[in-house]
Design a protein around this ligand. Structure first.
Ligand SMILES: [Zn+2]
Length: 224
């Protein structure tokens, strides 16, 4: 017990998708009006803010490609509850996925009622970039069908909820496909790691090592 406490004081818990600036070990997700932060960040066109003029925003993202702090493209993806028509969403996603592939960076995927669009994309692209489905809280069967593709899963506050889809899938997900995040919640990232640690029977430090290894395997821009 004492050892574990000492360990968790020394271990950094990387947060792979956050809307709060200022944590050294987190990837801050840039949304319109945020400005480029002085830390690791992901940048993409969220389907909520997607419109006919998306190519202008895309050019801005492309022009940041040499910034070593840009470590992922996104969050971007599909949202059929809040967002424009599916054709526009597919066009913008494909462009961003191509950019991610070209840069050797992963996509941070936002996907709400859009699994069929993700599947359609994967069917039509034989070499997709690595995709991290952020805030995963869907039926585990959906995830299992996607494991033959380079798809990873980032777990957040939904794993705190008893028997949630996220909790169920975390127990089944291959360890080399997992990440953790806070997204837009105020819950500290350490709490997410502690919960995953309880569920999986691995120390939070082991989990931190695992996700760091996962990241450095899939992204050209490493976190240390
Ligand atoms: Zn988010």
């Amino acid at each position: 017990m004492i050892n574990q406490n000492i360990q968790s004081d020394l271990v950094h818990f990387p947060d792979f998708h956050s809307h709060q600036k200022g944590n050294v070990f987190s990837i801050f997700n840039v949304l319109p009006d945020d400005g480029i932060p002085d830390q690791c960040f992901s940048w993409g066109i969220h389907p909520w803010y997607l419109n006919e003029n998306w190519e202008k925003e895309f050019e801005k993202i492309e022009s940041a490609k040499a910034n070593p702090n840009l470590v992922a493209i996104g969050e971007c993806g599909f949202d059929l509850i809040k967002g424009p028509g599916p054709k526009l969403q597919m066009e913008a996603f494909s462009a961003q996925a191509d950019l991610a592939k070209k840069l050797g960076l992963p996509i941070i995927l936002h996907c709400v009622k859009g699994t069929h669009l993700l599947q359609e994309y994967l069917k039509n692209h034989s070499e997709p970039p690595t995709i991290i489905w952020h805030g995963f809280n869907q039926n585990p069967q959906i995830a299992e069908k996607l494991l033959s593709f380079p798809i990873y899963f980032s777990f957040g506050k939904a794993i705190l909820k008893q028997d949630s889809n996220a909790q169920q899938y975390l127990l089944k997900c291959p360890l080399d496909r997992i990440f953790f995040e806070t997204d837009n919640s105020d819950i500290p990232i350490s709490v997410i790691y502690q919960q995953a640690s309880l569920l999986l029977g691995l120390s939070a430090g082991q989990l931190a090592g695992q996700v760091e290894e996962n990241w450095n395997r899939i992204s050209k821009r490493k976190i240390t």
